[in-house]
Design a protein around this ligand. Structure first.
Ligand SMILES: [Zn+2]
Length: 421
């Protein structure tokens, strides 16, 4: 099992200089090889392979004008060539777009495939840089594989240490307890609504930080190009962006961790976010919610524990179908938050109903994949809300044994106080 730990580095100014040289060399060879691959294909329809780019590195180091590449760690340069090759194969497999040149401004990163180790428990030995002070806030389990060193636009240094603990990934459970399956509807008013009736508020990190960001971006735009003051302003903007991203990450990790701990299988809708982003009124809020990242976190956390994440097709009528009797209503505008089924007269909360439908569809998919799913009690057929797991975790997900009225009052309290301010 591979697990990465990202730690903060505190290099001295000499080490910062050495790191800048490494970043520069890695970026230069990457861009050089990319340029070569582009022109070779465009002008001669020639395919440049990984082997050819690795051989080219040796030639470059021998030439006097690029002899400075010898100061960089040779394996890090080779790793850059592998990354480029990987980028091209992802492009050919239609998983990514065409590789782009790396910029001198912005985030810098490089990878050491080996020869990095921990010294005295508080330092990280990096080839050609030395022993860099590191805060190893978490124990490194197993053998260190690749170490990726990066510098954020705000000037912070990090090392992402990938370790192999020698264990196999746990086998996915063949039997799933029906009560441990949850349907999750992703939204904007609430980030996630579960089939158990729990609503996790959308933290709207961008909304929270937009005024700060806007002020600093305006200040930056007024500074003269190339000036020291412009650089200071740039740093402030980078820090504001970083803060927003950190808040979002924090909220998503807490939510995905709690959902994963409390359930054995999670059913989510695959959303066509690219299409949804065409809505210019909502695109900012949709990007800020970052549903894709949440689903990605759920998936890898499920893999670690042998649990399941089921994707339900987007064309499935999750909102318009009555979860109690299966009736599909023809029209349900977005403004309608609660509705009553014309056939069985069951009163539905729009989002919880959708989550229940996603759950039912997910259980069908689990069964189709050959898993056994035991019957679950709480499909809300009698109008009673099933009890909500309320163990430790973030306060906003707690439901306890509350009645529907209490739960609704609590949700409206949360939404009034935290979302719309
Ligand atoms: Zn119905």
């Amino acid at each position: 099992m591979f697990k990465a730990v990202k730690v903060r580095l505190y290099p001295t100014s000499a080490q910062q200089h050495a790191l800048a040289c490494q970043f520069g060399a890695v970026r230069w060879v990457y861009n050089h090889a990319l340029e070569w691959r582009c022109t070779a294909w465009r002008e001669r329809q020639e395919n440049v392979t990984l082997r050819m780019t690795l051989d080219q590195l040796v030639t470059l180091k021998r030439q006097p004008e690029t002899a400075w590449l010898r100061d960089a760690d040779s394996q890090a340069l080779q790793q850059a060539m592998r990354h480029l090759d990987h980028a091209f194969s992802r492009f050919f497999n239609k998983q990514a777009r065409y590789p782009r040149f790396k910029r001198r401004s912005g985030k810098q990163s490089m990878a050491y495939p080996q020869r990095v180790n921990v010294v005295d428990g508080n330092r990280l030995y990096l080839p050609k840089v030395g022993r860099v002070k590191a805060v190893l806030h978490r124990e490194l389990v197993g053998r260190i594989k690749t170490v990726t060193v990066s510098r954020s636009p705000s000037g912070k240094y990090y090392a992402s240490i990938l370790c192999d603990d020698g264990k196999e990934l746990p086998q996915p459970d063949r039997h799933v307890d029906g009560d441990q399956v949850v349907g999750v509807d992703l939204g904007l008013t609430h980030l996630a609504i579960t089939s158990e009736g729990v609503k996790a508020p959308n933290p709207r990190c961008l909304n929270q930080g937009i005024r700060n960001l806007r002020r600093k971006q305006k200040a930056l735009s007024r500074k003269q190009r190339g000036s020291t003051n412009r650089n200071k302003a740039r740093l402030l903007v980078a820090k504001a962006h970083e803060r927003i991203a950190n808040q979002r990450h924090d909220a998503q990790h807490k939510l995905s961790r709690q959902l994963m701990d409390e359930n054995q299988a999670i059913c989510v809708e695959t959303l066509r976010v690219t299409n949804m982003l065409k809505n210019r009124r909502l695109s900012k809020a949709i990007s800020d919610a970052a549903w894709g990242e949440l689903v990605r976190q759920l998936k890898y956390k499920a893999n670690w524990q042998g649990k399941h994440v089921v994707s339900v097709d987007p064309w499935f009528p999750s909102s318009k179908q009555c979860s109690a009797c299966g009736e599909v209503v023809s029209e349900l505008p977005l403004s309608v938050r609660t509705w009553t089924c014309p056939t069985c007269h069951h009163r539905h909360d729009r989002d919880v109903n959708a989550a229940l439908n996603i759950k039912a569809e997910g259980i069908l998919k689990l069964k189709a994949a050959g898993l056994s799913v035991s019957a679950c009690g709480g499909l809300c057929k009698t109008g009673e809300w099933p009890a909500v797991a309320s163990e430790a975790g973030s306060p906003f997900l707690k439901g306890g044994e509350q009645s529907p009225e209490q739960l609704r009052a609590r949700q409206s309290f949360l939404s009034d106080n935290h979302l719309n301010s």
